[in-house]
Design a protein around this ligand. Structure first.
Ligand SMILES: Nc1ncnc2c1ncn2[C@@H]1O[C@H](COP(=O)(O)OP(=O)(O)OP(=O)(O)O)[C@@H](O)[C@H]1O
Length: 568
C-alpha cells in the first residue's frame, strides 16, 4: 500500500544511554593520554592491591591499572574504529560491485558472500592475523577483513531491493550512470541499515580486537590496549586478585554496550509513519479527448515476455498513433506493465523479451538504444507517488536530473525549466517545492511533480502506469485533466495503463484489453460499454466497474487544491 513516509527521529531511552556512555568513553580516550600517561608509565609497588593511591591496584610491573586502563582507551578505540571503517568501506564497495554484475555473476558472488558470512569472524581474524603476524596493524586488518562479508551482503541485498523501486527505474531511464545511481540514489537510502550494522560491527570489532590482544596476537609491548591489559592482569586474576582486571574489563563492556545500544536505538529511531491515502474513487472527471491521429509512433508486433516460470506476455500487437492516448486495461497480472516496460526498455532482470517489431518513431527498441535517446523520447509517470521519488534527495535534484544529464543544461537553467513545468501542472510555489524533500509533499503534488518532470523532457511518448490509483478523486481528476491537456496542446502520445475501465474510457482514444498476457480486444474508447464490447472478458470487466452509467462530462470540474493538499 502506498504510504507517505514522514520520518521522525525518536530518541529512545536506550539510544540516549548509548550515546551518553559512548561520549564518555570518547572523552576519556581523547583526554586521558594527555593527563594520565605519566601516571600510567610510573612504576611503583608490583601487583599491589586496591588502595587510595591505586584504586584498581597495580600490575606485575607496578603500573597503576586505573591510569593504564583510561590511557588505553585511545588506542583501543582508534583500532576499533579503523577495523570498522575497513569493514564498512570495503563491504559496501564489494556489495555495490556485486549488484552491478550480470545476474549469473551476481548470484555466484552472493553465494560466496553468504559462505563468508557463515564463517565465524573471529576464526577468520585469527587466520588473517596468523598469516600477517602479531601486532596492532595486522590485528586491525584481520578484524576489518572479517567484517567485510556482513556489509557486502547487507549492501547487495539493499541494492537489490532499492533497484526495483520506481525512482531507480526512472533514474535509469533518464540515463543516470551506475556510479551516480549508487552514490546519489542508492547509498543515501541504505544509510539507516548500514548505520545500524556499523554500530553492532563496532561492538564486535572491539571484542574481537580485545580477544586478539588478550591471546597475544594483537597489540605488542610497549603499546597497550584493553586486551593487552587483560592479558597482563591474568596472573593477578589467577592469584585471586580480580581488581586488576576490572578497569579494562568494565571499559570493554561499557563501550560494547554503548555501541549496541546506539545500534538498537538507531534501528528504532527512524520511524517511518505511514500515512495511508484513501483508495481512489475510480471515476474519471476528465472530458473525452479529441479523435486519434492516424500515424503510428509506437508499433508493437508479436511481443513476448518470458520469465523463469514461463511466458508472461504472449504475442501482443498494437500501435499508438501520434498524439493518441492508448489505454491498456486488464486485471492485475495480465501483463500491462511488462508490455509498457518493454517499450521503455526497463524490463526487470531475469525476463526475456522478443518481438517481431517494437519501435518508437525511428528507434528499434529490440536493439541497443543509447540512454540519452531513451531519456529524451520516453517519460514515465508511475503509480506510486511514494516510490516515484528518491526519499533522500530534494525534489530539485531529482526533477532536474534529465535536463542536466541529457540536455546539457546548467543547474540554474534546469531549475528554471522545471519551475516552468511545475507551473504548467499548476503547482503552487514551485521554487519552494524544489527545496523540499518528497515526503513534504502530498501524494497528488508528488504525482504532479512527476508529470512536470515528464513534461520538461518534451518526450514523444508518456507512459503512465496507473498514475492516479493511489490518489483521491479530486487529485485524480486534476492529474487526468493535465495529461489530456498535454496531449491536446503538445500532441504528446500517451500509453495509459489502468485497472480502471471507467477512467480509461473517459481519458483514452482507444483501448486494448489484456487478459493473461494476451490482448483479447481492441476497441474505441467511446464504444467501451456493455453494448459494444465484443469479448466476454471485457464485458466482465465492464460489469465489475461501478458508475459507468454516470455522465462523466456532467460531473463538476474540481479545481486544483494545492493548499489543502500540502502535507502539514
Ligand atoms: N520480474 C518479474 N519476474 C517474474 N515474473 C514477473 C516479473 N514482473 C512481473 N511478473 C509477472 O508477470 C505477470 C504480468 O505482470 P505485470 O506487472 O505486467 O501485470 P499488470 O497487468 O501490470 O499487473 P498490475 O496491474 O498488478 O500492475 C504477472 O503474473 C507478474 O507476476
Amino acid at each position: 500500500m502506498p504510504t507517505d513516509a514522514r520520518r521522525r527521529f525518536r530518541w529512545t531511552p536506550g539510544l540516549v544511554i548509548g550515546v551518553v556512555l559512548f561520549a564518555a568513553v570518547v572523552i576519556i580516550a581523547v583526554l586521558a593520554p594527555f593527563f594520565l600517561t605519566g601516571a600510567a608509565e610510573e612504576m611503583g609497588e608490583r601487583a599491589a592491591p586496591a588502595s587510595a593511591a591505586h584504586p584498581l591496584g597495580t600490575d606485575l610491573s607496578g603500573h597503576d591499572m586505573l591510569a593504564r586502563s583510561l590511557v588505553a582507551a585511545r588506542l583501543t578505540l582508534v583500532m576499533t574504529a579503523a577495523a570498522t571503517a575497513i569493514a564498512v568501506v570495503l563491504g559496501v564497495l564489494v556489495g555495490t560491485s556485486v549488484w552491478l554484475l550480470p545476474a549469473r555473476g551476481r548470484e555466484f558472488c552472493l553465494r560466496i558472500i553468504d559462505a563468508a558470512v557463515a564463517f565465524p569472524a573471529l576464526l577468520l581474524a585469527l587466520v588473517v592475523a596468523a598469516i600477517l603476524g602479531a601486532g596492532s596493524l595486522p590485528a586491525v586488518v584481520a578484524i576489518g577483513v572479517a567484517g567485510i562479508p556482513n556489509f557486502a551482503r547487507l549492501t547487495a541485498n539493499l541494492a537489490a531491493q532499492i533497484s526495483s523501486r520506481d525512482y531507480l527505474s526512472a533514474a535509469r531511464l533518464v540515463g543516470v550512470g551506475n556510479r551516480r545511481l549508487i552514490t546519489d540514489h542508492m547509498l543515501p537510502n541504505m544509510a539507516e541499515p548500514l548505520l545500524v550494522l556499523t554500530a553492532s560491527n563496532f561492538a564486535q570489532s572491539l571484542t574481537a580486537l580485545t580477544s586478539l590482544s588478550f591471546v597475544g596476537l594483537g597489540v605488542q609491548s610497549p603499546e597497550y590496549d584493553w586486551g593487552k591489559l587483560l592479558n597482563e592482569a591474568l596472573p593477578s586474576l589467577l592469584a585471586g586478585r580480580p581488581v586488576q582486571t576490572l578497569g579494562p574489563a568494565l571499559l570493554v563492556v561499557v563501550t560494547a554496550l554503548a555501541a549496541m545500544l546506539i545500534g538498537d536505538g538507531l534501528a528504532a529511531a527512524a520511524d517511518p509513519r505511514g500515512v495511508s491515502r484513501p483508495a481512489s474513487l475510480r471515476r474519471a472527471l476528465v472530458p473525452p479527448a479529441p479523435a486519434a491521429a492516424p500515424e503510428a509512433i509506437v508499433e508493437v508486433q508479436d511481443l513476448h515476455v518470458t520469465g523463469p516460470a514461463g511466458p508472461l506476455v504472449r504475442g501482443v500487437s498494437f500501435t499508438i498513433g501520434r498524439g493518441e492516448i492508448l489505454g491498456i486495461v486488464g486485471e492485475s497480472g495480465s501483463g500491462k506493465s511488462l508490455t509498457a516496460m518493454s517499450i521503455a526498455k526497463l524490463l526487470p532482470d531475469g525476463l526475456q523479451m522478443d518481438a517481431a517489431r517494437l519501435s518508437l518513431g525511428e528507434l528499434d527498441l529490440r536493439g541497443r538504444v543509447d540512454d540519452r535517446t531513451m531519456a529524451t523520447t520516453v517519460s514515465l509517470v508511475y503509480q506510486d507517488p511514494t516510490s516515484t521519488f528518491n526519499p533522500a534527495l530534494r525534489l530539485g535534484t531529482q526533477l532536474t536530473e534529465v535536463l542536466r544529464t541529457h540536455f546539457g543544461k546548467s543547474r540554474r537553467q534546469a531549475r528554471a525549466a522545471i519551475v516552468g513545468a511545475l507551473r504548467t501542472v499548476r503547482m503552487t510555489k514551485p521554487e519552494e517545492r524544489l527545496r523540499q524533500h518528497p515526503y513534504e509533499l502530498s501524494g497528488g503534488m508528488r504525482q504532479r511533480a512527476m508529470i512536470a518532470a515528464a513534461l520538461a523532457a518534451d518526450p514523444k511518448l508518456i507512459i503512465a502506469d496507473e498514475p492516479t490509483t493511489a490518489l483521491d478523486v479530486t487529485v485524480q481528476a486534476g492529474i487526468l485533466r493535465e495529461i489530456t491537456r498535454l496531449n491536446r496542446e503538445l500532441g504528446t502520445s500517451v500509453l495509459f495503463i489502468s485497472h480502471d475501465i471507467g477512467v480509461v474510457r473517459a481519458l483514452c482514444h482507444r483501448v486494448v484489453v489484456m487478459h493473461d498476457g494476451r490482448i483479447v480486444e481492441e476497441i474505441d474508447a467511446e464504444l467501451l460499454d456493455a453494448e459494444h464490447a465484443g469479448h466476454p472478458y471485457t464485458r466482465a470487466l465492464l460489469a465489475a466497474t461501478p458508475s459507468l452509467d454516470e455522465k462523466l462530462d456532467a460531473l463538476p470540474v474540481l479545481e486544483w487544491r494545492d493548499e489543502t493538499e500540502a502535507v502539514r
